[in-house]
Design a protein around this ligand. Sequence first.
Ligand code: PLP
Length: 408
Amino acid sequence: MRPNWLEIDLGAVVHNYRVAQKCVGSEVEVWPVVKADGYGLGAVAVAQALRGVGAAGFCVALLEEGIALRAAGITQPVILFSGLSGGCVEQAAQWGLEPFLYEPASDLATLAAAAPGRPLRVHIKVDTGMGRMGIAPSEVAAFLAALDRLGDRVRVVGMVSHLACADERQRPETARQLAVLQELLAQPELAGRNLRISLANSAGLLGYPAARYHWVRPGIMLYGASPFYPEGSWRQLGLRPVVAWRSRIIQLRNMPAGTPLGYGHSVTTTRPSRLAQVPVGYGDGYNRRLGGRGQVLIAGRRAPVIGRVCMDLITVDVTDLPTASVGTPVTLLGRDGAEMIDIEEMATWLGTIPYEVICALGRRLPRRYLWMAQVCRTRHDLHAATASCAEGTETEPPPASPLPGLST
Ligand SMILES: Cc1ncc(COP(=O)(O)O)c(C=O)c1O
């Protein structure tokens, strides 16, 4: 296989989970968000690592994401953000998945027509000011009453809402959303129902103690980025980066000054240059806009990506790195010696957010999971490695060691 892979440090995910748990205290449950295949890093691997350190449940967006967790042996409760839009009552009940409900007319009709076999556990999604999915607070009491009339088909276990602006700490909207939720919870129709309440994502749980309620839903902080980016960084929160992206130089060429390079001849060398070909491209999720803007790490130093990013290749100017040769490791994300390119920095180059950087990591990149300094190449390896954690013998994992042959 070509040298182009991801290293995902599950010890760092566990550390970041513990930062979240420590922040909210032991009374509040932390339910990791592993939708979109764990933000691109592997939902099953992340869930396997976190269930052993006490994650009470997990959150996914889609029915098929929930089924994938069940198929991998995850037995904890799993929330479905997407609700019943596919009419999936029987499957959700069969797999023990708990949807959000947010569309009373069609949800009630879907549930009335279904025969789930066992009560479907659901959570009412209320829009307290996000302006996206959810029912208005004024509709909640009537929706609950209508759900009660469906009898045994359904059991309302919780109510959730989502924060619009928690990542920007100076904004007033979060306090307003909290006030709306508090007012709703004070309604007599809700009293005595023992609903489990959840409001906070990563930014909410870190920035707003009053937003924590019974359980919180962190995503991005578990994957090693600050939800407050670009105002804050993972370092300030005591998080650990999770993902490294590695490759190797597969060709080195000396080019005279004045040589036009690559598709469109978008750049021309201005000096005699040594140029490295690295087998990584936009087909792997290396964004095309990084051509002429991105950097990689080689031998612990930064080198620029020049010319256009191709589907399977980038060109790196290594004129100033005399030790570079064919086979030399290249780090696109992660640490190499004293230097590091993290997902926040790549997001800055691209004018986007760290979420998009990791969600875009291509499916064709092999993912190698590091656990307690072991490299797990198969699901079986991973299962065996994380089992020690599930049995309670897990200790603070050491920083992941680089793969053999990758130290510079
Ligand atoms: C409903 C809901 N809750 C929680 C999260 C996790 O958010 P974050 O990754 O910012 O912690 C998301 C992510 O998009 C979400 O949609």
